[in-house]
Ligand binder design. Structure first.
Ligand code: 6GU
Length: 225
């Protein structure tokens, strides 16, 4: 998979992809993540990427010109499955959406800023608008990092069997059961006996039961549909 991210703050996105699972996925050639600085495509003297909004009001709007030049360039090079705009008024990200996006070949992601992007960018180029939750971030970069992480970890070969994405919370509409590691007792708090029993059939049942219990308590909405 190839992912192109369009941003005015590429530095914000360098960290999340240069460590751990995201780093290894790139090293293994399972995903190619390209950061594009929108400012590099500005034709104005001072490399502006934003301007005052028509009709007045506080806050700048991201201009269409540099974004259009960059998107046209990328679109001429390959076909994109989706051109995504990260925005608080988008559809809220969930596991189903990440699963679907992980099946694509090429994805483009535009990170919003300020008051947002000129509406004509959305009309002309954007095929999908995504929010990561009902709160406001300073820009779309952190949201894009969340989206990309959730997609890349689903690509075949990225995770090993032990950490398989199939056993994640949400993948089966249940939260994960509690987990423990050594020591078997810490300050009087003991690991449940069943996990030390070696009876893997019983352990599976226990995990299922705990997952259901936790989901009922914390996220009953997941059980309704
Ligand atoms: Cl995608 N962008 C911004 N700026 N804020 C958000 C968001 C996105 N998703 C939730 N809050």
């Amino acid at each position: 998979m190839r992912i192109d991210i369009l941003t005015i703050l590429p530095a914000l996105l360098q960290g999340p992809f240069s460590d751990s699972i995201m780093k290894r996925a790139q090293e293994k050639g399972l995903v190619e993540i390209n950061l594009h600085n929108i400012r590099d495509y500005s034709t104005s003297k001072h490399k502006n990427v934003d301007d005052y909004q028509y009709g007045g009001g506080a806050g700048m709007v991201m201009s269409i010109e540099p974004i259009a030049v960059l998107i046209e360039k990328l679109k001429a090079e390959r076909k994109y499955d989706e051109i995504i705009y990260m925005t608080p008024d988008g559809e809220i990200l969930d596991q189903r959406m990440s699963n679907n996006l992980s099946l694509g070949e090429n994805i483009m992601i535009l990170c919003g800023h300020y008051k947002g992007v000129d509406e004509r960018v959305r009309q002309q180029y954007i095929t999908k608008e995504i929010s990561i939750g009902s709160y406001v971030l300073s820009g779309g970069e952190l949201a894009a990092a969340v989206l990309v992480d959730s997609i890349v970890r689903l690509l075949p070969g990225v995770l090993n069997d032990e950490t398989s994405a199939l056993t994640d919370s949400f993948q089966d509409d249940l939260l994960s059961p509690p987990v423990y590691t050594r020591p078997p007792e810490f300050n009087g708090m003991k690991v449940p006996d069943i996990l030390l029993s070696g009876d893997f059939k019983k352990i599976d049942l226990w995990r299922e039961e705990k997952a259901l219990e936790r989901t009922k308590l914390r996220r009953p909405d997941l059980l309704n549909d």
